[in-house]
Design a protein around this ligand. Structure first.
Ligand code: ADP
Ligand code: MG
Length: 141
């Protein structure tokens, strides 16, 4: 019964919308707070969801961010349409980024998103191809 989905929060994320970037992940954060989830778990999920959200904004054509709550785990799912991640091993390397200069001028593109998503997840699945990317990050409760 521990795999029964209790609640799902979903947000649409628009490519290149830097004004709204971060709103989905901050809504997830406040929803988890109101559910009384442990502060350290919320901190990890906030990082994971923010970084996946920003990656949709910067690197894809747009997509969705979901936060699925189970009795024993929280799963952050990022799904986008876009060019996909060319080389996943490279993308997981600290400091690696394909962000353009104009994106870097806005303060993004440090190349720490995926390494931190990995660091703060208990399990991470990345499914990517030439039409888009699906990321499933699991945090055990
Ligand atoms: N959703 C995505 N779609 C396509 N490429 C992505 C996506 N997320 C990450 N990437 C690729 O992986 C690289 C590393 O991601 P990340 O560690 O978050 O660094 P940054 O976002 O600062 O470039 C990105 O520069 C990009 O090339
Ligand atoms: Mg990033």
């Amino acid at each position: 019964m521990t795999d029964r989905l209790l609640k799902r929060y979903s947000y649409s994320i628009t490519a290149n919308d830097f004004m709204s970037a971060g709103k989905g992940s901050s809504a997830i954060k406040s929803n988890l707070k109101s559910l009384g989830i442990d502060a350290n778990i919320i901190r990890r999920i906030a990082i994971i969801s923010y970084e996946t959200e920003i990656n949709i904004v910067i690197h894809s054509f747009g997509g969705k961010l979901h936060c699925d709550i189970y009795e024993n785990k929280i799963v952050i799912i990022s799904e986008d349409t876009g060019p996909g991640i060319k080389d996943v091993d490279m993308a997981m390397t600290e400091g690696f980024s394909t962000a353009t200069d104009s994106v870097r001028e806005l303060g993004f593109g440090a190349g720490m998103g995926l390494p931190n998503i990995k660091k703060y997840s208990d399990r991470l699945e990345i499914n990517t191809g030439s039409t888009g990317t699906l990321i499933i990050a699991t945090i055990d409760l």
